[in-house]
Design a protein around this ligand. Structure first.
Ligand code: BGC
Length: 357
């Protein structure tokens, strides 16, 4: 059900995004999205270091974890939770950094397979590489838990020992829109009858970025609000890129901007820096929302510097991923999908999410 709805909506989304005020990358974003290098010495050395760090199996078994890049605030909290929970279950865990390079991650997967891991947990670098990843793990008959970057239903059905653990990205977008609708003037700060916004977007291949962009605005229009998109910035989940783009947006559009939507908290923190540098006050001159509930963002919600965020439950997802891994290793039945709910974080409930990342 969920998947069919998702696919149908993906079609509509292309239309609605095309209707908005365009999309551009800054140079940082452009350089981040450069195609991964062919098999390089870096990839080889990564493979070697992964190989070296997988030693003798403990009684629980060996689990290899591939993260798309360590330099991502949310995936850092997620991987730390994964490590702790998997080790708590008695597994020997090796976590490797894909450095945002799919070729490198492919090498790491192959190395784990050669090492004879009992299961893999993979956060793909590129959603578009899912076919290749799935065919590799299927060919080696290694049970695999995909996390964070949701493949298509067809891809998921290609291998029986494959599960996906994640969240319903549409829900996080809807919650962002609702956070704005819950403000005093429902996002219409200047009272001109419409909500005028900019959007800082994550990796365009990632369904989380696509659906947060789509559903945050859909929540507003479903509530009968008129909206105006000034610009959509391609910030690839990155704080510095968003900071630069929002600084530019503030000097270009000034007071017109009533809401800054960010597909994640890292970008919202970058946006906040620029909002403050421009002498504007969140809650008075502009609204700002993110997703993830990084501790720094939650603190800013508590302090009134962010309108709100949405908990992307890293511990909940890590727990499900570890449970699915355990079922695989023990040869038991698994579900195909494990879903974890998002939660709206506002000034009223934020203090309970002030855990250390
Ligand atoms: C998170 C982002 C993160 C991305 C990585 C998303 O679910 O909200 O913060 O950068 O996953 O794929």
């Amino acid at each position: 059900m969920k998947k069919f709805a998702a696919l149908a909506l993906a079609g509509c989304m292309a239309v609605s995004l095309a209707a908005c005020g365009g999309s551009a990358s800054t140079s940082t974003a452009a350089s981040e999205s450069t195609a991964p290098a062919e098999s390089t010495s870096a990839a080889e050395s990564a493979a070697e270091s992964a190989a070296e760090s997988v030693t003798e199996a403990t009684q629980g078994g060996k689990v290899g974890v591939c993260i798309y890049k360590f330099d991502d605030a949310f995936m850092t909290t997620y991987r730390n939770a994964l490590q702790e929970i998997l080790e708590g279950k008695g597994y020997e865990v090796t976590i490797v950094d894909g450095n945002n390079d799919q070729a490198k991650q492919n090498e790491q997967i192959n190395t784990f397979i050669t090492q004879g891991v009992d299961a893999l947990i993979i956060n793909p670098v590129m959603t578009s590489a899912a076919d290749q990843i799935i065919s590799t793990v299927k060919g080696a008959d290694v049970p695999t838990v995909l996390i964070n970057r949701e493949p298509t239903a067809d891809q998921m059905s290609a291998y029986d020992k494959l599960v996906y653990v994640g969240c319903d990205a549409a829900q996080s977008g809807t919650f962002q829109g609702e956070l704005i609708l819950d403000t005093e003037n429902k996002g219409d700060i200047n009272g001109d009858g419409k909500i005028t916004y900019i959007m800082c977007k994550g990796d365009p291949e990632n369904i989380d970025a696509q659906y947060r962009t789509e559903y945050s605005i859909k929540a507003l229009t479903d509530a009968g609000k008129e909206v105006e998109c000034l610009y959509e910035y391609l910030d690839n989940w990155d704080q510095t890129t968003a900071q630069q783009d929002v600084a530019n947006a503030l000097s270009q559009y000034g007071d017109k901007i009533e809401v800054v939507f960010c597909n994640n908290d890292a970008m919202a923190l970058g946006a906040l820096q620029s909002i403050q540098q421009a002498g504007r006050t969140v809650g008075k001159d502009v609204y700002l929302v993110g997703v993830d509930a990084l501790v720094e963002a939650v603190q800013n919600v508590v302090d009134g510097n962010m309108t709100g965020t949405v908990l992307n439950d890293d511990v909940g997802q890590a727990t499900k991923a570890a449970e699915a891994t355990k079922l695989f290793v023990e040869g038991k039945d698994v579900e195909k999908y494990y879903w974890v709910d998002y939660v709206k974080v506002t000034k009223d409930n934020a203090s309970q999410y002030l855990k250390e990342d």
